[in-house]
Ligand binder design. Sequence first.
Ligand SMILES: NC(=O)c1ccc[n+]([C@@H]2O[C@H](COP(=O)([O-])OP(=O)(O)OC[C@H]3O[C@@H](n4cnc5c(N)ncnc54)[C@H](OP(=O)(O)O)[C@@H]3O)[C@@H](O)[C@H]2O)c1
Length: 219
Amino acid sequence: MPTALIIGASRGIGLGLTAELIARGWQVVATHRSAAPELVATGATTAVVDMDDAESVAALAAAHAGTMFDHILINAGISSTPTASTTDKDNVTKLFWTNAIAPIRAARILLPLVKDGGSIGFMTSILGTVGGRQHGYAELYSASKAALNSLTRGFAVQDVGSRNIAVINFHPGWVKTDMGGDGADIDVATSVQGLATQIETVKPPGQHYIDYTGKTIPW
Ligand SMILES: NC(=O)c1ccc[n+]([C@@H]2O[C@H](COP(=O)([O-])OP(=O)(O)OC[C@H]3O[C@@H](n4cnc5c(N)ncnc54)[C@H](OP(=O)(O)O)[C@@H]3O)[C@@H](O)[C@H]2O)c1
């Protein structure tokens, strides 16, 4: 039975993906911060983790020492509407901490739990592309995901190195969640079915920046 660990699964895409992988026969450990009855109802093994706190992630790693996962997904993230001109230091610190710094710190702590031949995923966004960006939409959120993309490039080379592990930067589509809003393009089911198929499709070692359909996104 393949195994996955998902960080940030109380609602939205993380919750949907947990349920989808379990429906496909995976065993899933999924994390939340506060009460998450819908997550518990999926049948996942649940754990309380605040990704912003490296000690919280380290406690999770210690609790699962010896378990080797086929896939670990760092999914947690937050949005932000102010622009560079209207934000303040606290808001931008929180945004970049949660969307860029905390995911890399978590990945470094959890990497020893990824099986050879497995993969580690980051939920970035198509908004994190620099080369493909031709608009100014959501500039700070986009910059935080671009920062995450940049940090994952270093992580893939420096931390994963020659291990037989693929690093996957995912864009889930524009999804109807609390973050994506009701006007988004696709529902959670469509996104997570695509993401689950991409996770199940063995990727060669190296780094891949793809959307939920498997389409490559320019860095
Ligand atoms: N929705 C979209 O259209 C879209 C598009 C591109 C990328 N994304 C990315 O996809 C990911 C999931 O988005 P979503 O739409 O499902 O968002 P969402 O509905 O707002 O859910 C966000 C999830 O992240 C968790 N989270 C946030 N900060 C956390 C922290 N410090 N520690 C642990 N968990 C934390 C939340 O937990 P709590 O319930 O405890 O707050 C929640 O489970 C995010 O990284 C987002 O940036 C989304």
